[in-house]
Design a protein around this ligand. Structure first.
Ligand SMILES: [Cu+2]
Length: 303
């Protein structure tokens, strides 16, 4: 390869690199909308619970580790390309092994991974165990293809939560009407979210520790709300558990994250965080509008 064509190749490489940087910065739109995925968004959704805040911290730490490792590996590659190409190093050595170096490049990544694992365990247990002192329980049951909710500490309130459709067949006015008819007026905020909105939202009081028990009635589902850092399998015959403590008022969207049949994509989750007095008012209004369990559910009796 002549010196001229080598320079052309380097210029081409630099151009591609610059273009990639410009394009990636153009699409780097933050997804900091309130508990909802955002078109072209990057980064995690804004946290609405202490679990998700800690997950953010862990994610950011991992990101720095990955950036440092990437810079280190890139530096090594550039060094090898510049120092050991056929012009600068025409007669290479025939070295095939370097025991000391091989031990280092095996041990070092192991130590990095062990360090990350040790750092992650406290977060794992924090997420897994409901604090001993919790304020209320909500039971979630996954069905093909909707969720149902029970509030044993609030008069055994129970209701189903189905997706509201917002397709091209439905005009904005019709969608708004659907929501207005299905929910009490004060619950309605903003626009209906395509494939994310439900007729009956899960309303929770801000600041209360909520024990969420997750059960399944037919097949496996998973109750996943990204901005709250919860994702629990709903398994028939098992009762799994997770917990939520809302940091702030807001609407937090989620979806079933376990492929559970052809309606899997149509079982969204909507959690609405409200002040405790609004929560009490919601419980009263809900009691009069939906059915209640006739008998206390088994987990209420076990408390
Ligand atoms: Cu499902």
């Amino acid at each position: 390869m002549s010196v001229v064509s080598r320079h052309i190749n380097i210029a081409r490489f630099a151009l591609i690199l610059a273009l990639s940087l410009v394009l990636s910065s153009l699409f780097a739109v933050p997804s900091w909308a309130d508990g909802i995925p955002h078109a072209w968004g990057i980064n995690l959704q804004d946290p609405g619970s202490p679990i998700e805040s800690r997950i953010h911290g862990f994610h950011d730490m991992l990101l720095w580790i990955i950036i440092l490792i990437s810079i280190f590996v890139l530096g090594l590659l550039v060094w090898v390309m510049v120092r050991y190409n056929k012009w600068t190093n025409p007669t290479p050595t025939t070295t095939a092994h370097n025991v000391k170096l091989e031990i280092i490049w095996t041990l070092l990544p192991c130590l990095v991974l062990i360090g990350i694992a040790l750092y992650s365990f406290p977060l794992l247990y924090y997420t897994d165990r409901t604090p001993d002192k919790y304020d209320m329980t909500v039971k979630v049951t996954g069905h093909q293809w909707y969720w149902s909710y029970e509030y044993p500490d609030n008069g055994n309130l129970s209701f189903d939560s189905h997706a509201i459709w917002d397709s091209s067949d439905v005009t904005q006015d019709q969608a708004n009407k659907l929501i207005a008819e299905a929910s009490p007026g004060w619950l309605i905020k903003g626009e209906p979210q395509r494939m994310l909105e439900v007729d009956n939202r899960v309303v929770l009081p801000v600041g209360s520790v909520v024990r969420v028990q997750v059960a399944g009635s037919d097949v496996e589902h998973s109750w996943f709300v990204p901005s709250l850092g919860v994702n629990r399998m709903s398994v028939p015959g098992h009762l799994t558990e997770v917990w939520i403590k809302l940091d702030r008022e807001g609407i937090f969207y989620g979806q079933c994250s376990m492929i559970c049949g052809n309606g899997h994509g149509y079982m969204p989750i909507v959690i609405e965080g409200v002040a405790p007095d609004k929560f009490a008012a919601w419980v009263q209004s809900k009691k009069s509008s939906v059915g209640q369990l006739n008998t206390p559910s088994h987990f209420a009796a076990a408390q």
